[in-house]
Structure formats: C-alpha cells, structure tokens
Design a protein. Structure first.
Length: 154
C-alpha cells in the first residue's frame, strides 16, 4: 500500500526554502526524492501553507521576502495545476474541526495540555487534519516533520 504523509511547516520551509528556516534543505530535498521514488503520496495541510507564508512575510530583507514569496507562489500554483507531488488538503474550518482540535484529536491530550507541553495550535491543527483525512478515506497517514514536539504524534 502507498504511504501517505502530511507535510509539516518544518519540511515545507526547507523545500521552498525559507531563509533562516531551511537548515535541512539538502537533506529534506534528498528525502523527498527518495519518498517520491517509493511512490509516497503527500498532502499539504492548510496550516503548513499559512505558517510558511507567515515566516516569509516576516523576512526583514524586502528583496529576499519577494524572492521567497515567489517560490512559495510557484509551488502553490503547481498544486492548483495538479502538477505538484502533493495535493492540498480540503478541510472544513467548522465547529466539528474546532471541537476535535480542542479535544486534542487522537492524541489523548487536550489543546490546553498540549499548550502546556509547548505543542502549538498549528501542530494540533495538522494532527486534526490528518485525523479527519483518515476518518474520511480510511487510509492511515503520517506526518512528515522535523519538529520534535509534533514528531511524537506523527
């Protein structure tokens, strides 16, 4: 069976790459190639797009900010054209999503408990998106991340 992985912000920042958040760019690109060769499928959660876009917007150098934003723009356009090696995750931001997030998705800890353990709402959103994907598709999915806090739930 083909593996499915959600791409976390830490991975997307290395793929773009986002200056200051791309320390593992070569390693991530190499791993992406290996995973694609194994026919792994990737899903880009909305949280990763938002967080990566925010990191780009915070770059102090305007020219670097524009160049990096254009790279993310190109990646997102490939998704819209269905030419990227991943798809965007369609998710409804509704009461059910919010309730699942506050309950901690399938982690056995609530949002508040995660916050106390320094796991952010963005990470919990990705976990929630993955859970909803699994419930809809009946396919087990992983989270590809470089973040230790999220890795525990990946």
């Amino acid at each position: 069976m083909t593996e499915v992985s959600f791409i976390d912000t830490t991975v997307l920042c290395n793929l773009v790459p986002v200056p200051g958040r791309d320390q593992n760019a070569d390693e991530v690109k190499r791993e992406m190639t290996e995973r694609l060769n194994r026919r792994e499928r990737f899903i880009l959660p909305i949280t990763s797009v938002i967080e990566t876009g925010n990191f780009i917007a915070q770059l102090a150098d305007g020219q670097l900010r524009r160049q990096t934003a254009e790279k993310l723009d190109a990646i997102l356009n490939l998704i819209c054209e269905r030419k990227a090696p991943w798809v965007l995750h369609d998710v409804a931001w509704d009461r059910n999503f919010l309730r699942t997030l506050l309950d901690g998705a399938d982690t056995m800890s609530t949002y508040v408990e995660h916050a106390m353990n320094k796991v952010g709402a963005g990470d919990l959103c990705i976990i929630t998106e993955r859970l909803q994907f699994e419930e809809r598709s009946k396919i087990r999915a992983k989270i590809w991340t470089l973040d230790d806090g999220l890795l525990a739930h990946a």
